[in-house]
Design a protein around this ligand. Structure first.
Ligand code: HGY
Ligand code: MN
Ligand code: MN
Length: 418
């Protein structure tokens, strides 16, 4: 298929300005962002994105999970659209680029198509997937998961945040329940490409501009509840204590040991921990925490889950503590579409960007969309591989390289019409 000339590039300054403008919405406390899903800040960011897309001549569709779809018409209305997309929601101490680069990089690709008068046979659609982060409402990639048929909408609507608010109520409250049935589009997608920062150290360390993402590692989230007995930290003799906090500490040591036992690729930790009653002079009677295991190998993930349960049960039995497990998220390792991956690699080659194949360490909406449409990802480096931290940083050149490759891969796949 005809590809854009290697001299056709996006407008890097315009992309950077849009990234900085979006970063003003839901600011963090240390230069990053706290634009969590279904908050007023999320809604404000959505409206700004909608405004920019409509200024670029696109029309908006929204589904019942709040997923936004901005369409640029193709010359053949019967041709299935080529999608680009990622997410605008952030972690509570998130960076300015995680997810946002993929959404605004897609907008920049469309703006550049407009500037260059490029017509494509297939329509182009930019998606903003609701609640990719899964930090306020678990699991991660919730709305793309419902779209792909992995979760039901009812189950998703009932997910609760730490204050007991439900996803469904909050989506209604911010006014972003769309009229499209979620997933109605899933059998009518020609392809999807997601641009994302690497969120790891490999590309920067190797001096590569572009990661050609061939696979994504799989993920497992197990929520563990350890129960002991609240009692006075001063007057309760040590032998009488039922210390749920100590039980958790020993289980977290076990999590670390299990991950290291599958080095170099497996990882494990707990990022979410709730201690009850969380009072300075009360021995914790209950602790609830989520163990996040990941690996490119499904058998390794299954082994880690099994050893967690067996080991945590033994720790708690020995300490006279109760323990319960609930699987609250997960997906198997992903192999992206060969054809789309090749389009990404060819685009990087054509544009003269250094590149290497890479396995995504983080989960992305593309991991679910890959179940229903040919999908691939493009990665750019980030400084020190740091992400999910307000200090997350990229260079303008890295943003430009990623958006250039996205622009070329999408225009080629959508077939330029002379
Ligand atoms: O958890 C993840 O990998 C993604 O950042 N939601
Ligand atoms: Mn992300
Ligand atoms: Mn993230």
């Amino acid at each position: 298929m005809a590809a854009p000339g290697e001299n056709l590039r996006i407008n890097a300054d315009r992309l950077w300005d849009s990234l900085m403008e979006m970063a003003k919405i839901g600011p963090g406390v240390a230069g990053g962002n706290n634009r969590q899903t279904l908050t007023d800040a999320d809604s404000e960011g959505r409206k700004l994105f909608q405004k920019w897309c409509e200024e670029a001549g696109m029309t908006m569709g929204v589904d019942t999970m709040g997923n936004m779809f901005m369409t640029r018409p193709g010359t053949d209305p019967n041709a299935l659209p080529v999608y680009m997309g990622s997410h605008l929601d952030t972690q509570p101490t998130g960076g300015k680029y995680d997810g946002v680069l993929g959404v605004l990089g897609a907008l920049e690709a469309v703006r550049s198509m407009n500037d260059l008068g490029i017509k494509t046979r297939h329509p182009i659609v930019i998606a903003n997937w609701t609640n990719e982060e899964g930090t306020r409402f678990a699991p991660a990639m919730l709305a793309s998961g419902v779209f792909a048929g992995v979760h039901t909408q009812d189950w998703a609507y009932d997910r609760e945040d730490a204050e007991g608010k439900t996803f469904g109520d909050e989506l209604k409250r911010i006014g972003w329940v769309g009229d499209e049935e979620v997933g109605a589009r899933k059998d009518k997608m020609h392809a999807m490409f997601e641009l994302h920062i690497e969120q790891g150290p490999i590309l920067e360390a190797e001096g590569k501009d572009i990661g050609v993402v061939t696979h994504s590692q799989g993920l497992s989230w197990t929520q563990v509840t350890v129960t002991g007995k609240d009692s006075h930290t001063g007057s309760t003799p040590m032998p009488m204590r039922k210390n749920a906090g100590l039980g958790m500490a020993r289980i977290l040591e076990l999590v670390d040991e299990i991950a290291w036992s599958h080095k170099p690729h497996a990882v494990g930790a707990a990022g979410h921990i709730d201690v009850y009653p969380n009072s300075r002079n009360v021995i914790p009677g209950k602790v609830v925490f989520t163990v996040d295991f990941r690996s490119p190998d499904l058998a390794v993930i299954q082994d880690m889950e099994k050893r967690l349960k067996e080991g945590a049960k033994k720790i708690c039995d020995d300490m006279g503590l109760g323990v319960e497990f609930e699987k609250v998220g997960g997906f198997d390792p992903v192999t992206f579409d060969e054809g789309c991956v090749t389009a990404v690699r060819n685009a990087a080659e054509r544009l003269g960007y250094s590149h290497r194949n890479i396995i995504s360490g983080a989960g992305h909406d593309a991991c679910w969309i890959n179940k229903v449409a040919p999908t691939a990802m493009i990665m750019c480096p980030c400084v020190d591989g740091l992400s999910h931290n307000e200090a997350e940083e990229i260079t303008r050149d890295w943003a430009k390289a990623g958006a250039d490759v996205l622009f070329h891969a999408v225009v080629e796949t959508a077939e330029i019409v002379e």
